[in-house]
Design a protein around this ligand. Structure first.
Ligand SMILES: Cc1ncc(COP(=O)(O)O)c(C=O)c1O
Length: 417
């Protein structure tokens, strides 16, 4: 079998409509400055699909810090991996400030959250260790686990009964192998928007003797009274053993970090292959992240603004009878009934006729017959944006129930541009 023959005939679960949807449903180009209002195929759209939670992407101080750092250092500096030649006082300063913000002894920067998370998991475990993890874990957790040679036990999303029964299996397995137990969860689950039940999980910590690793990509900067994340929201900052955050969402940057005890960070710094064998984060990313962190700490009104929009959007949708699941975070899923063909037409109608750009999730990510539209409110949205969107969604829902979208497959929009 020729590898090329095989890959061109199998584009994977996301690639089934690759040709028909290219540039529209897949790889759409949003143009203009990052904000609530951008352009899609030359037309203005109200955007609900960017994780620019605090509106920092275009904050004037952020833009200036990024530009000044790029001017002073260029994009190349520092050269090499941290361990070899890519260390700077700015990287160290950012790590110290992140550790203090997360109330941990120490922190280490990661070039891209995804790569970092894979390596955190890989570095913590050997084949004797056992992992217990949530069934709706992000790809970076699943891919980290692909490197794990020992046992793993998955529990249904946030199901604490099954969590405990999997802990029992894990304890037995760990006793046999002589390893330890690592529990991994997300802080905010990025698709449904509900929170990992950190508090509930931690009740079992002593009994089963595990360590808890929390991927808080969506919670860092948005959750907790100071924006320190889901562990702060649930008042368990001390009990979370390893905290992971990304700069790609609330910070509107690139990179991420891991925070924990000093001895653990020291070990990770010498073991995380994606960091040891890859170039250090460029200086503008690091200096830009220092500025963003400073704004998160000193401008709580950005978070207040975010939550005003979140509450207005979620309450407004619920009041109109929309099913938005169990979200407890800004992530706002809207569940509608319909097939894949209808989903594509709903999205096209929203974009072309209502000027609303949001992400859509279809089978197999959600069950057959379910369309999930996913809205990400941010501090850059307005209450008027919320109103316009809820009105549009109400009309869309009526059309959907009247069968107005069931006329066929994917509308011919991909080659209109
Ligand atoms: C839960 C979760 N973890 C990790 C990541 C990866 O972060 P990054 O974009 O920094 O690689 C994401 C981003 O989608 C995420 O949602």
């Amino acid at each position: 079998m020729d590898i090329f023959e095989k890959v061109v005939n199998n584009l994977g679960p996301l690639g089934q409509f690759a040709d028909a949807g290219y540039g529209y449903y897949y790889f759409p180009k949003l143009e203009g400055e990052i904000s609530n209002r951008m352009y899609f195929r030359g037309k203005p759209v109200l955007v609900w699909s960017l994780n620019n939670y605090l509106g920092l992407a275009n904050h004037p101080e952020v833009r200036k810090a990024d530009a000044d750092a790029a001017e002073k250092f260029g994009m190349a500096a520092p050269m090499g991996a941290r361990m070899m030649s890519g260390q700077t006082k700015y990287h160290e300063q950012l790590e110290q400030e992140l550790a203090a913000f997360e109330k941990k002894e120490s922190a280490f920067l990661l070039n891209y959250g995804y790569m970092g998370m894979v390596s955190i998991i890989d570095s913590l475990l050997d084949r004797h260790d056992v992992v217990v993890y949530d069934s709706e874990s992000h790809a970076c957790i699943l891919d980290g686990l692909r490197l794990h040679l020992g046992k793993r036990f998955v529990y249904p999303h946030n199901n604490m009964e099954r969590f405990e029964s999997q802990l029992m299996h894990a304890q037995k397995a760990a006793n046999q192998s002589g390893g330890g137990i690592l529990v991994i969860t997300e802080g905010v689950f990025g698709m449904p928007g509900d929170l990992g039940n950190l508090k509930g999980m931690l009740q079992f910590k002593e009994k089963y003797g595990f360590r808890l690793l929390v991927d808080d990509a969506h919670g860092f900067g948005t959750m907790g009274n100071a924006g320190a994340g889901t562990s702060q929201e649930q008042d368990v900052m001390d009990e979370v053993d390893i905290y992971f955050g990304t700069f790609a969402k609330a910070m509107a940057g690139i990179g991420g970090f891991v925070a924990s005890e000093k001895r653990i960070i020291k070990s990770l710094a010498f073991k995380m292959r994606s960091q040891i064998f890859a170039k250090s984060l460029p200086m503008p990313m690091v200096i830009g992240a220092l500025k963003r962190l400073d704004l998160i700490r000193t401008h709580p009104e950005l978070r207040d603004k975010l939550w005003i929009i979140v509450h207005a959007l979620q309450k407004g949708l619920r009041d109109k009878g929309f099913d938005i699941g169990k979200t407890q975070s800004p992530v706002t899923p809207v569940f509608l009934k319909g097939g894949v063909g209808e989903a594509t037409q709903v999205v096209a109608d929203l974009r072309e006729n209502y000027g609303i750009f949001c992400s859509v999730v279809i089978y197999p990510v959600v069950p057959k017959g379910v369309i999930m539209l996913r809205l990400i409110p941010t501090a850059s949205h307005t209450l008027e944006d919320v109103k316009v969107t809820i009105d549009a969604f109400s009309e869309i829902r009526t059309k959907l129930s009247e069968g107005k979208y069931s006329t066929g497959g994917i509308p011919d929009v991909a080659d209109k541009y």
